[in-house]
Design a protein around this ligand. Structure first.
Ligand code: SF4
Ligand code: SF4
Length: 95
């Protein structure tokens, strides 16, 4: 479950303008979460489907070809876990 160094999405994904989350008027949106996605690297194939579907753009490619979550802004919606075809993401309660 460890996360390698976080990189930006690879250049092959720069086919459209990308926005990155930033603090809003009430701070970082990660504080809204009640559960967080946890990536199991042994199951992750690096297919980036979760990145494609994440509405907050809080999934980043790591140097080892897997993905990491930006918990400062992830809102815990669970879409990434639902779409992962390899069941490599679990939602874990934080409350
Ligand atoms: S969808 Fe699943 S297998 Fe694909 S990159 Fe995301 S966590 Fe890894
Ligand atoms: S839980 Fe939602 S906001 Fe957080 S990384 Fe997954 S898809 Fe993105």
């Amino acid at each position: 479950m460890g996360q390698g160094p976080i990189l930006q999405a690879p250049e092959t994904f720069f086919i459209a303008p990308l926005s990155r989350p930033a603090p809003g008027s009430v701070g970082k949106t990660g504080s809204w979460r009640t559960s967080k996605p946890v990536v199991y690297e042994d199951k992750c194939t690096g297919c980036m489907l979760c990145w494609l579907y994440c509405p907050e753009n809080t999934i980043l490619k790591t140097s080892n070809g897997k993905v990491a979550i930006d918990y400062d802004y992830c809102k815990g919606c669970g879409i990434c876990a639902a779409v992962c075809p390899f069941k490599a993401i679990d939602m874990v309660s934080e409350v």
